[in-house]
Design a binder for this molecule. Structure first.
Ligand code: PLP
Length: 235
């Protein structure tokens, strides 16, 4: 993706504070262009593969919302940073047998994508916020429910105790303009609101396409490398 000639991990534009402020400015500009108020937008910094120290640095710079996609890593980070009172967003695929553990340390789960997972997340405890993830590709191995099965899954979530549906989550597929993909999510979101009037949020937009997502009504942006720099190669 990058045509930078720098080795890696330090893209042009300096260190972490500079990258963070560049993205914050980009978000503000995209919101202004769309006639939207930035206060409607939650910026989640996705820190998968990144060390705990980087999360601490970001927290010191005022970031409160963090996204992780791998259960064991996420659990360890949430435990070691429990004192910071951060908000943890789980954005990766959730294995059924790990669902209760993911629920225990996450504040928001963005990747509810099948009936069996909804059932595994059911709880009499206080509700956890969640998004239903939609798969916009033809590849069933990608996370997300296909649009044809969305309504049924939404109804399952609504009928399950311990889950509060915020809205829909999606990743723009390769090969089509992101704006078109996000417009499709917006339309699916409107359809979902007929069943679930409170499900007004849209989790969409990453490092390369958050401006397009904001133009189509994103409320939760999941931004990794544009802020963190390149991810370390190993786990
Ligand atoms: C990694 C990841 C992101 C962030 O991607 P970047 O391209 O680094 O911004 C967002 N959403 C999900 C589901 C991810 O897995």
């Amino acid at each position: 993706m990058s045509d930078s000639v720098l080795p890696d991990a330090q893209p042009a534009g300096g260190g972490l504070p500079e990258r963070l402020s560049t993205v914050r400015s980009g978000i503000a500009a995209a919101a202004a262009a769309a006639g939207r108020d930035v206060s409607e937008l939650t910026m989640i910094v996705v820190t998968k593969f990144q060390p705990v120290s980087l999360i601490e640095e970001l927290a010191a710079l005022g970031v409160r919302d963090f996204g992780e996609s791998r259960h064991q890593e996420a659990q360890g980070k949430a435990q070691s940073l429990a004192g910071l009172d951060l908000t943890w967003h789980f954005v990766g695929q959730v294995q059924g047998k790990k669902a209760r553990q993911v629920r225990a340390y996450s504040d928001v789960i963005h990747s509810v994508d099948r009936v069996s997972l909804v059932d595994a997340l059911a709880s009499e405890d206080s509700g956890i916020d969640c998004f239903v993830q939609v798969n916009l590709t033809e590849d069933p191995a990608r996370g997300g429910v296909v649009p044809a099965e969305l309504d049924a899954l939404v109804e399952r979530v609504l009928g399950t105790s311990g889950l509060r549906l915020l809205g829909l989550m999606a990743v723009a597929p390769m090969g089509i303009p992101p704006r078109r993909a996000f417009a499709q999510v917006r339309e699916l979101g409107e359809r979902t609101r007929r069943l679930a009037p409170g499900a007004t949020s849209l989790s969409m937009g990453m490092s390369q396409d958050y401006a397009e997502a904001i133009a189509e009504g994103a409320t939760h942006l999941r931004i990794g490398t544009a802020i963190t720099g390149n991810r370390p190669v190993s786990g």
